[in-house]
Design a protein around this ligand. Structure first.
Ligand SMILES: NC(=O)c1ccc[n+]([C@@H]2O[C@H](COP(=O)([O-])OP(=O)(O)OC[C@H]3O[C@@H](n4cnc5c(N)ncnc54)[C@H](OP(=O)(O)O)[C@@H]3O)[C@@H](O)[C@H]2O)c1
Length: 288
């Protein structure tokens, strides 16, 4: 009898979220074990429960999914999961804390439908959050030059340094402080693509400023909660033309995000050694 596919959700939040469980079922998972309030100290025993229970050639039918709203903690859980494997005794694992990896991958894939990244300049507004940092990292890895914006010089520099340390030269993410419309205009000068990755319900780019920009080719807003991040973009826009700009709203990007999420979960059961973080999820999304 073939083993059933089991997905073990490690959620660091108080209550295991319903979103990732629904997607897991839609991705074809047979059995779902959801753990909430997962701490680093608990990870090893959960991993041992996954790797010691089935024959080595059946381990591809068990996988782990790390979620929860704290993306930094999610990254630490991923590192702990990996360090708890014993050689080839491992299961595939995916990190999508706060939906950051699948959302950033979907945004960059949307932009890539209209641009060659190695000749492109990008501005990531509020790029200090988990989604913005990952979008900036993915764009930098594709060869784009990036301005990473924040209201704070210190936060912009810290995020840019973190990405520059992860991405090999010559790409460089440049911090950019935006606290008013003049700074926003300067940040947008010569930019081909803007991604607004601000907190839900915060407008970052008014229509009056976007209308003045001449070089922009793609604008993507990931905030679905009014007021939206880019005023001129509707939440369901998907490659809508606003003058010369292709516009995407959060729900316009969300369809791709959901497809990537389902495909990534399904792919976990193809082998017992996959590790899906932002880059792997982006690569997988590009093949859908
Ligand atoms: N479609 C989807 O499936 C999906 C999934 C996940 C997330 N999202 C959306 O993607 C966006 C980014 O998510 P996230 O979790 O990375 O966001 P986040 O951490 O909540 O916020 C991102 C950044 O927004 C800036 N910010 C916070 N409050 C602000 C304010 N009052 N005014 C101006 N800027 C402010 C901060 O940057 P500075 O303080 O450095 O300026 C912060 O680092 C959100 O809108 C979220 O709802 C969508």
């Amino acid at each position: 009898m073939a083993s059933s596919n089991i997905l073990i959700l490690l959620d660091t939040d108080e209550q295991a979220n319903s979103f990732d469980r629904v997607v897991a079922v839609d991705a074809g998972v047979d059995q779902l074990f959801a753990y909430s309030r997962v701490t680093l100290e608990q990870v090893q025993s959960l991993v041992h429960g996954a790797i010691f229970t089935r024959a080595p050639d059946e381990l591809r039918h068990t996988a782990m999914f790390i979620c929860g709203s704290d993306v930094d903690l999610g990254e630490q859980v991923l590192a702990r999961v990996r360090s708890s494997f014993l050689g080839s005794l491992s299961v595939s694992v995916m990190l999508d804390a706060n939906g950051a990896n699948t959302t950033a991958a979907a945004a960059v894939i949307a932009a890539g439908r209209h641009l060659e990244f190695d000749h492109c300049s990008a501005l990531v507004l509020a790029g200090t959050g988990p989604v913005g940092q990952r979008a900036a990292r993915l764009l930098a890895r594709q060869g784009a030059s990036i301005r990473l914006a924040s209201r704070s010089d210190q936060r912009a520099s810290a995020s840019a340094d973190r990405i520059n340390a992860a991405v090999k030269p010559p790409q460089e993410v440049v911090p950019c402080v935006i606290t008013d419309e003049d700074a926003l205009r300067r940040g947008l000068e010569g930019v081909d693509v803007v991604i607004a990755a601000g907190k839900a319900g915060v407008e970052l780019l008014p229509a009056s400023v976007m209308n003045e920009v001449t070089d922009l080719k793609v604008a993507i807003d990931l905030n679905a909660v009014p007021p939206l991040g880019i005023e001129a973009i509707g939440v369901t826009d998907k490659a809508r033309d606003i003058g010369a700009v292709k516009a995407y709203g959060a729900i316009g990007v969300g369809g791709t995000k959901m497809k990537i999420h389902r495909a990534a979960v399904a792919s976990l059961f193809e082998s017992n050694d996959r590790v899906l973080d932002a880059e792997e999820i982006y690569a997988l999304g590009g093949s859908i």
